[in-house]
Ligand binder design. Structure first.
Ligand SMILES: [Zn+2]
Length: 232
């Protein structure tokens, strides 16, 4: 709510709302954004929580949640939602492969409230760079060589440190579950991004305007926004 409504995190400077109108407006703004993130509303991007809001080993990351909220607000403001849809598949590959960069940003500031803007900025840069460069390694290299992000480092060895025990701990179990679940997760037939069960739309492959029928063969699963906003 604070990020969506541009309010101080300690709620400083907020006066008593005598009529309740300001409160209702804050709730409405927030609901609109929540619809956008993941819902069955036609504006929904259907962002898959596992990659957008959780770390690789299944821990909820508040900094990611705030960053994604800020990122989506910025995309909307700059009319770049469709740019995001165009590169969404590769954007999600970046999120999975470079998940540890979010941790590095957090470690620099040691505060969720101070670090989420940089995470959002990286997300925006990834979208911009992916418009002209398809190799995600090059996209990330370009970003970390810019002045703003020189404090980030790419891990050259992505191999796991060999385990000294034989039993999987909870984090490892989560990571294995996520790894296998993502491999088999359904994808949007329009943008090829991951689909979450709470945010699905059934699209006519041949459009109704062009005589497309409601047969099973003429249906495909998509994100709500890909089907209604982007496609049209
Ligand atoms: Zn899609």
């Amino acid at each position: 709510m604070n990020v969506v409504n541009n309010l101080d995190f300690n709620n400083k400077g907020i006066n008593n709302d005598l009529t309740g109108e300001a409160t209702i407006q804050i709730l409405k703004n927030t609901r609109k954004l929540v619809y956008r993130l993941n819902s069955n509303h036609c504006s929904s991007l259907g962002l898959h929580p596992v990659i957008y809001f959780y770390s690789k080993d299944g821990r909820h990351r508040t900094v990611s949640l705030l960053a994604v909220v800020d990122f989506v607000i910025e995309l909307d403001k700059r009319k770049k939602i469709d740019d995001f849809i165009q590169v969404r598949e590769h954007f999600e590959e970046c999120l999975i492969k470079y998940d540890y960069l979010i941790q590095q940003i957090y470690l620099k500031y040691k505060s969720v409230h101070k670090s989420y803007k940089d995470v959002s900025k990286i997300f925006q840069k990834i979208v911009t760079n992916l418009q002209t460069e398809k190799i995600i390694g090059n996209v990330i290299n370009e970003i970390i060589s810019s002045n703003d992000f020189q404090y980030l480092t790419i891990r050259t060895i992505n191999k796991e440190i060999p385990s000294s025990t034989q039993d999987f701990n909870t984090n490892k179990k989560n990571e294995i579950y996520i790894k296998d679940a993502l491999k088999n997760a359904p994808k949007c037939k329009i943008c090829n991004g991951l689909i979450h069960r709470n945010s699905i739309s059934i699209d006519h492959i041949q459009r109704k305007e062009d005589g497309g029928l409601a047969s099973v063969d003429n249906g495909q699963i998509t994100h709500p926004y890909c089907n209604t906003g982007y496609k049209n």
